[in-house]
Ligand binder design. Sequence first.
Ligand code: NAP
Length: 239
Amino acid sequence: MSILILGGTAEADILADLLRGHGIEFTYSLAGVTPNPKARVYPLHIGGFGGVIGLARYLTQNTVNMLVDATHPFASEMTKNALAASIQANIPMLRFERPEWDEPENANWAHAESLDQAAKILPAGARVFLSVGAQSMAEFAHRSDVDFVSRSIKPPSSPFGKTIVAKPPFDVAGEVHLFSKYRITHLVSKNAGGDQTSAKLVAAKQLGIKVIMVERPTLPVAEIARDITTAMAWIERRL
Ligand code: NAP
């Protein structure tokens, strides 16, 4: 039995640790985009597979018989490729999809269908905390009438405004301090979900900061687990 986990998220790491604890063998795959990834004590595949064809070939050549896509909810290219490759290789695939963040009562959220729409919504003169990841920041660069403070795990390739490089998790006190320091009026975030980066939403509500929430991309229909227990049960049923 051979399992491939497409990772790059906190939940993929938790699942990997659980599998290891149960003595279940697997390979964990990372895109290789994050500098200094944390040390892992199980077999790794680093870097892309070469699209659907490359991934299907990898699955077949390595006799993988279970694929778990636990990539970030916005890693839509990989997610689409994973489903198509699992069909080509004729193996079962599970997508781990952490629940979205819901708008708390009395919070001040606007919803954007895309990064482009989020950039358009921002009013001139806003002081914006940009929390969309280094690869998605470029969509906002043309808004020279807005002051940006951005935070990402890796440095943006074409930085603008004030840039902060930091790894989650973040806590509410730290986020309140940061937003107050830069007199932030708007927070732009992808609806990533999860606990690691949700403190910014609590801080925004406390400070009356408007949140522009970028909705998730539409993904193809697949078998989905929304928590680790369900994902583990899906794997164990197929061992
Ligand atoms: P993407 O646009 O969906 O994927 C681009 C390409 O990167 C894929 O076609 C694939 O290359 C390669 N790739 C992506 N995830 C991979 C994985 N786990 N293992 C091996 N190759 C992978 O992905 P992305 O949005 O750039 O995200 C890249 C990684 O960062 C993912 O692991 C994701 O979980 C993580 N991440 C993304 C975000 C985000 O906001 N998008 C946030 C936090 C973490 P090939 O076609 O060559 O196979």
